[in-house]
Design a protein around this ligand. Structure first.
Ligand SMILES: Nc1ncnc2c1ncn2[C@@H]1O[C@H](COP(=O)(O)OP(=O)(O)OP(=O)(O)O)[C@@H](O)[C@H]1O
Length: 636
């Protein structure tokens, strides 16, 4: 038989009634359905009615201590769902620590102190339905009392709603209690008319592609170093070094005149992954050479790969300079992304390649690169620095149409002994920028040089709008000492506006994606709490701790969520059911659920709010007994 497939929602509510007593004269009046005998709403809300003896026509039940105790074994079985057996109803009564509405309980409602709030007493304000269908004779008073005293929500953020301090509209409404957060229940994504996760936008690929992209990055970040690399185990707190380029090649790669290698490494101080650029055989003459790194570390910009620190080391067997940068998993250089058509060959450490017919970079992408680079250069020049390394092999493509200038600061350290005028270096930045535009337009890194120049202009004019040529010429031409990046930004202002629009839509799209994932962390926390509580062999010297008290409800709920079976005893594996139940539990809704023990001897009707409270209380017990209170606090 399907014992965990009971009606579950408040809509399929099982009417909960006060247990019958030997003297049913009181209850007769409760059960009467005529309007005159409906229970006064003031009793339900405030626990008393000022007008009880002053003409109030509604029914006022006797004070709780006047209600005779109901014998436990005689619950009103006829009020239960027809699918329940009387046997289940007669199950031993379970009394949890917290106030939960149990059908078979005969505990009288606690006395509720009269409320100082003004009372309702006009005919309209008596909600007939509330009196009739869900009169909660046994539970409502408890529930109201609990809500008034905030027993369910130790969290101060669940304080009673103070309607006087809020918006004036609400201040005119009837007082109500602030409900627990229920926005975890559904993710109200931005309507798809505005943000679509299935189509590709300029910066963000469609949702499915975005996921596999992020998954790939995560894989990259957690990749373990292969054996036999013969690299230092540890170096200035960095470990797990993996080279990002081929180090077995006989041709050594050069960074200017220096041999250089790029590694990915993990920092043991913060656990973060970094990109280390090592310059071999570097001799440091002045400690002050690192002052530039300090300046670069303070430059934070979306278009610049962040500089972390620099140090010298003998860990590689020589004296190396290492500069640590932010690591962007699966980043590609612009050369690798757009210009590399054939395997480049190397002669004396310099890349030699044959220009090939390229897959043309779309103009929108080209403008995006130009605007992003201009923004990065502006930030760096405003900080009194020069990038000195704007090259297709040093600009990284870190996401869809997203680029950042890498390897910043390192030239400043290497060239410390031959200081140069910053203004001249900034002018040089603009020229390098122009050459990069030429290279991207034509697919030839030497496009702006010597004999290639005119041909490159022709190609550019054929493939792109005249504005692109204007920008490229502005950058490579000598424009005098006053030429600066601000002038370029003025020229391309309309492109900057378009870029900004795309960047804002990207933020909207990502926010939308994030909304869909919002519950994940909360549901995992809930599952962790279940894991801590359920089936715990012993706690507080009580071997049955996880089977009794509040934990019993948690266990029954676990069965309800995960262990349901169909009529043939086959497991019901319904992830939607699990997610819905957990979301409702996380929100602590008032919706009630019927929990039946496996032997059908216990049957409880509890709200998600109650179950949440049981989980919290059991988890708090465990956390309190744990060695580190601080750690346990992190799971709330
Ligand atoms: N900050 C970073 N995060 C992630 N990957 C990076 C980072 N910096 C560089 N890389 C990667 O390291 C690899 C080597 O970088 P490098 O700058 O040496 O490029 P390169 O094409 O080898 O240039 P060169 O010819 O000058 O050596 C490239 O694949 C690049 O994508």
């Amino acid at each position: 038989m399907a014992f965990f497939t009971r009606p579950q929602s408040a809509n399929a509510a099982i009417k909960i009634v006060r247990p019958t007593t030997g003297d049913d004269s009181d209850l007769k009046s409760v059960a009467r359905k005529d309007s005159v005998q409906r229970q006064c709403r003031n009793i339900m809300i405030y626990g008393s009615c000022k007008f009880e003896n002053k003409g109030c026509a509604y029914y006022h039940p006797p004070a709780p201590d006047a209600i005779p105790q109901a014998p436990r074994a005689e619950p009103p079985a006829k009020t239960l769902s027809p699918t329940l057996t009387a046997k289940a109803v007669n199950a031993p009564v379970f009394v949890p620590k917290m106030a939960v509405r149990i059908q078979t309980t005969s505990t009288p409602p606690p006395e509720i102190p009269p409320s100082p709030q003004p009372e309702y007493h006009d005919e309209q304000n008596h909600n007939q339905e509330a009196h009739n269908e869900y009169a909660y004779p046994a539970g409502a008073d408890d529930s109201m009392h609990d809500m008034n005293s905030n027993n369910f929500y130790p969290d101060p953020s669940y304080d009673a709603y103070d309607h006087t301090t809020e918006h004036s509209y609400f201040a005119t409404q009837a007082p109500f209690m602030r409900q627990p957060l229920n926005y975890h229940l559904y993710t109200s994504a931005i309507p798809s008319a505005f943000v679509s996760s299935s189509t590709s936008s300029h910066f963000i690929p469609p949702s499915s592609e975005l996921r596999s992209l992020l998954q790939g990055r995560s894989e990259d970040l957690h990749m373990a170093p292969p054996h036999g690399l013969n690299l230092p185990e540890e170096m200035q707190g960095y470990h797990s070094l993996i080279p990002l380029e081929n180090i077995s090649s006989t041709e050594r790669r050069k960074f200017g005149n220096w041999n250089s290698t790029v590694y990915r490494a993990v920092n043991s101080l913060d656990g973060g992954t970094y990109c280390l650029r090592r310059i071999e055989n570097y001799r440091m003459n002045h400690q002050a050479a690192f002052s530039a790194i300090e300046t670069w570390a303070s430059i934070q910009h979306a278009g610049v790969v962040a500089v972390h620190e620099a140090f010298t080391t003998h860990a590689f067997g020589d004296s190396s300079l290492v500069v640590a940068y932010a690591y962007h998993p699966q980043a590609q250089t612009l050369f690798d992304a757009h210009l590399k058509m054939t395997q480049p060959s190397y002669q004396h450490g310099t890349r030699v390649f044959q220009p090939q017919p390229q897959a043309q970079i779309p103009e929108r992408t080209l403008w995006s690169y130009i605007v992003q680079l201009a923004g990065a250069i502006k930030r760096v020049h405003d900080a009194g620095q020069a990038l000195r390394m704007i090259d297709v092999t040093k600009v990284l493509l870190t996401g869809k149409n997203r680029i950042r200038v890498g390897s910043c600061g390192i030239v400043d350290v290497l060239m410390y002994d031959t200081p140069q005028d910053v203004h001249m270096l900034q002018q040089e930045d603009l020229t390098m920028f122009g050459r990069l535009v030429f290279a991207l337009c034509t697919g030839n890194v030497m496009a702006a040089s010597g004999g290639n120049f005119q041909k490159s202009l022709e190609v550019m004019g054929r493939l792109y709008t005249p504005e692109v040529k204007t920008v490229a010429l502005f950058l490579v031409n000598k424009g005098g000492p006053h030429k600066n990046i601000g002038q370029l930004l003025e020229i391309i202002s309309s492109k900057v506006a378009a870029e900004m629009g795309d960047a804002l839509s990207a933020a909207d799209t990502l926010e939308n994606e994030l909304m869909g994932e919002l519950e994940n962390a909360r549901l995992v926390r809930l599952l962790c709490k279940f894991g801590f509580i359920n089936e715990r062999p012993e706690f507080a010297r009580e071997p049955r701790w996880s089977e009794t008290g509040d934990r019993y409800i948690v266990k029954l709920f676990r069965d309800y969520v995960f262990h349901q079976v169909d009529e043939n005893g086959n497991p019901i594996v319904n992830l939607s059911h699990v997610l819905t139940c957990l979301s409702k539990l996380d929100a602590g809704t008032d919706e009630r659920v019927m929990l039946v023990s496996r032997d059908e001897q216990s049957c409880l009707v509890v709200s998600y709010k109650d179950i949440k409270s049981c989980v919290e209380s059991a988890f708090t017990d465990l956390a309190r007994a744990g060695t580190s209170a601080a750690t346990s606090g992190g799971y709330r």
